[in-house]
Design a protein around this ligand. Sequence first.
Ligand code: SAM
Length: 225
Amino acid sequence: MDQVGADYENIERVRAYDEQMSKVRDFNKEIEYIVNAIDLKKEHNILEFGSGTGNFTIAAARICKKVYAIDISSNMLTYLKNKAKQRNIKNIITIQSGFLNYQHKNELVDAIITNVALHHLPDFWKMVSLYRMNKMIKPGGKIFIGDVIFSFPVEEYKDKITNFINNIENSADPGFAEDAETHIREEFSSFDWVIEGMLKRTGFTIDKIDYRNDTFAIFICTKKQ
Ligand SMILES: C[S@@+](CC[C@H](N)C(=O)[O-])C[C@H]1O[C@@H](n2cnc3c(N)ncnc32)[C@H](O)[C@@H]1O
């Protein structure tokens, strides 16, 4: 349950998250993209790991039947719950738990979403968590993974990592650039082919890999029947 890398239990960080992130991300576009990617329908029950401040969770809850929001940060979950309450949204179930210890005791879900969170686990544990997630999804259901994932040749790592940090520094505030450095130093982003191999070995068919650039990729997959 410990935070690895950036500390998302820190209340100041939680409060600043949406404003800081919106300098480098378009949340509305992301939500629209994910809703289409998983073909979200009103009868669906879905689960989000690492739900954070709840931008996707809350938008999805307006469309579908139920959203399970799982995060190890109690402050993130409280923030999400307050946001949902202000919007009179009542179909979100928040659970303080993680990729590796969450026990899903309810009906299998139609989709799992995890955006910019799986990199908190090293590769062995990523594989275990994908295996566990596969068991929580209905056959034919979807998994959506968006994350900092590397798709450059390893010999270019110095330039690519420098660019990654510089790009964030140029578009956000200095604290965020420090986060980018922490990400590289202490968190566990993988190469694309590693994630691809893990998904194939844990019972998923890869429908699409969307490379946003050589440091961010999206995997949209279906659980095998
Ligand atoms: C960078 S934030 C992403 C939040 C949100 N998904 C988004 O797209 O903005 C990462 C989130 O993952 C959570 N997290 C970190 N390690 C986790 C773990 N092992 N299991 C579940 N959530 C975790 C953090 O508490 C944080 O809320």
